[in-house]
Design a protein around this ligand. Sequence first.
Ligand code: FES
Length: 76
Amino acid sequence: MARVVKRHRDQPYEVTVGGETQYICACGLSNNLPFCDGSHALAAGEPAGKLHWYDEDGERHEAKESFPGIREDQPA
Ligand code: FES
């Protein structure tokens, strides 16, 4: 089953576990989930208020162009 999950952060969460600092992905683009691998850099410069998706080559696409009718509601 496929689904679209909207993410709004473009940087990881920093957490400390057992005295060790870890970075948890919050952008959804990491190839090493749940940990950040730096892929959030792809999201830099995303225009606000638009929904995007990234292909396997890391290229950004506007969801509305690829999926006509998709909701682009603003975050609450
Ligand atoms: S926050 Fe997702 S890859 Fe860094």
